[in-house]
Design a binder for this molecule. Structure first.
Ligand code: OAD
Length: 238
């Protein structure tokens, strides 16, 4: 049982596993390949330079899959945890879907970007909401400045978003809870080391992540199945 006091500060990190029960495939493990490409080969600036239509084909496929998905019990528990802790709570997700928002989360950082936003790869135009699909034979989308419109995603080799806010919240949390991530992609995989000196470090997922040894507690199971009964705030189930 994860007992949390409403005076505690909690930092929660989620990965693809939290959306798996909503029907969005995880990256690694079974079904982790797309048309024989590893994610690292399509989600990188080099792929964008070489073949932007291949990159848009990949993200169009992901937009289609994510637009049908609905939040599961794990997303709803985290929205209730936010309600219970208020400004002492931050949810940092590596996921680019919007299922946490759909479940009611507001204090949320998308460190790897957002699937339903796009931006220009040349000018400083702000990222904008975009749920369209761009696939051959359609033309690739262009900005008014002539630059290419790209997905608002942090690709391999790029710096994740809002790192200052993330580091500040990890530094002062008492509970550091990680759900459904394999613990191989940096910098998120190393966050647990930053928390372990001062916070309880807890992992929830069906299998041990690569960095399992860094956690003080691990709970084994699917997030949507076990999370609802696992967290208590001030002795009350969420
Ligand atoms: P992975 O696909 O690497 O790992 C998913 C994890 O979820 C695995 O450890 C599974 O055991 C776990 N899992 C599966 N089903 C689960 C369930 N029902 N409940 C809880 N956990 C479950 O995904 P991430 O670690 O999120 O980045 O991947 C990190 C980053 O790599 C992604 O954000 C993405 C990818 O490349 C970018 O696109 C920039």
């Amino acid at each position: 049982m994860i007992e949390i006091s409403s005076n505690d500060r909690a930092f929660v990190l989620t990965g693809a596993g939290v959306s798996a029960e909503s029907g969005i495939p995880t990256f690694r493990g079974v079904g982790g390949l797309w048309r024989n490409y590893r994610i690292e080969e399509v989600a990188c600036p080099r792929a964008w330079q070489r073949d932007p239509s291949l990159v848009w084909e990949f993200y169009s496929m992901r937009r289609r899959a994510a637009s049908k998905a609905k939040p599961n019990a794990a997303h709803f528990v985290l929205a209730r945890l936010e309600k219970a802790l208020g400004e002492r709570f931050l949810l940092c997700t590596q996921n680019v879907d919007n299922l946490h928002e759909q479940a009611g989360s507001n204090r949320l950082v998308h460190m790897h970007g957002e699937l339903f936003k796009s931006r220009c790869d040349s000018c400083s135009r702000m990222p904008f909401p975009d749920s369209k699909t761009y696939e051959p034979p359609d033309d690739m989308p262009r900005c008014e400045c002539g630059g290419r419109i790209r997905p608002h995603i942090c690709w391999f080799g790029e710096v994740p978003f809002e790192m200052d806010r993330i580091f500040a919240e990890i530094a002062r949390c008492a509970v550091f809870l990680v759900i459904g991530t394999s613990g191989v992609v940096e910098p998120a995989a190393s966050f647990v080391q930053l928390a372990s000196g001062h916070a309880r470090t807890i992992y929830v997922g069906p299998e041990d992540p690569w960095n399992a040894r860094a956690f003080s507690e691990c709970y084994s199971g699917k997030a949507g199945e076990i999370l609802p009964g696992l967290i208590k705030v001030d002795g009350k189930a969420l």
